[in-house]
Write a protein that binds this ligand. Structure first.
Ligand SMILES: Nc1ncnc2c1ncn2[C@@H]1O[C@H](COP(=O)(O)OP(=O)(O)OP(=O)(O)O)[C@@H](O)[C@H]1O
Ligand SMILES: [Mg+2]
Length: 227
């Protein structure tokens, strides 16, 4: 089943094209990584899918999430779709400083009117069960990233979007997080799209896509010069 479809998706800034007519179908249960040079438009692509930025008009619906054309939604409907069906692991989506780790992870459940028990389970799953009553300023950057990951997955979103989720984690923690992400995707039938510069991280996913000025291509060959 297709969870996300891109149809001739383009984005330019001040007349300068960044993404040019990208088309791809992402399936439920699929963990896909996107690699590509710095500045090629990977974060732009995730922001467009998240509805945080608007694609160039192309007369159609360039982004379809779980069968729903994003371009047909007003702001409220887009917010509801994002809140219920998406999970984000973006640097910009900061953990809220005045809430405990447990409250941070429970937030997507509360916003969607769901029971909050799973928040504690998710914190446990990312190895922070014993820190649930701590506040964000009491934990490290890598631990913060793990809280962000728990929060992104807690409400079992259909689509998980991650921009360099393991970028600031040590290799063992990164491996554990990728395994957790993989397990959650398989268990819930979600689709996850992860932008990464790490070929080690990319190799753990089902499919590696390479983004370049000519578009998206599936590849098994990752950049030999990457870390
Ligand atoms: N809001 C914006 N206004 C103008 N230009 C932008 C904006 N956002 C991104 N760009 C430009 O679009 C291009 C793609 O940027 P993007 O952040 O998507 O790259 P990236 O592939 O994520 O790179 P990196 O691997 O370094 O994170 C860059 O040239 C960037 O300067
Ligand atoms: Mg980026």
């Amino acid at each position: 089943m297709t969870m996300l479809e891109l149809r001739q998706l383009s984005k330019s800034y001040n007349g300068r094209p960044v993404l040019d007519r990208l088309s791809w179908a992402f399936q439920a249960g699929e963990f896909v990584s996107i690699m590509g040079d710095s500045g090629v438009g990977k974060s732009t692509l995730l922001n467009l899918i998240a509805g945080l930025d608007t694609p160039d008009a192309n007369g159609g619906s360039p982004i379809i999430v779980d069968g729903i054309p994003m371009s047909g939604l007003d702001d409220d409907a887009a917010t509801r779709l994002r809140r219920a069906r998406m999970g984000f692991i973006f640097q910009a989506f900061h953990v809220l400083p005045h809430l405990t780790l447990l409250q941070n992870v429970a937030l997507p459940l509360l916003l969607n009117g769901l029971p909050t028990q799973r928040a504690a389970e998710m914190l446990e799953a990312v190895g922070l069960g014993c820190r649930e009553h701590d506040f964000p300023h009491q934990i490290s950057g890598g631990q913060m990233q793990r809280v962000a990951i728990a929060r992104a997955l807690v409400h079992r979103p259909a689509l998980v979007l991650a921009d360099e989720p393991t970028g600031n984690l040590d290799p063992d923690t990164a491996d554990a997080i990728l395994t957790l992400l993989q397990r959650e995707i398989k268990a819930t039938g979600a689709c996850a799209i992860m932008v990464t510069h790490s070929q080690h991280a990319a190799k753990k996913t089902d499919k590696i896509l390479h983004l370049s000025s000519t578009g998206l291509k599936e590849t098994t060959i990752v950049n030999p010069f990457a870390q």
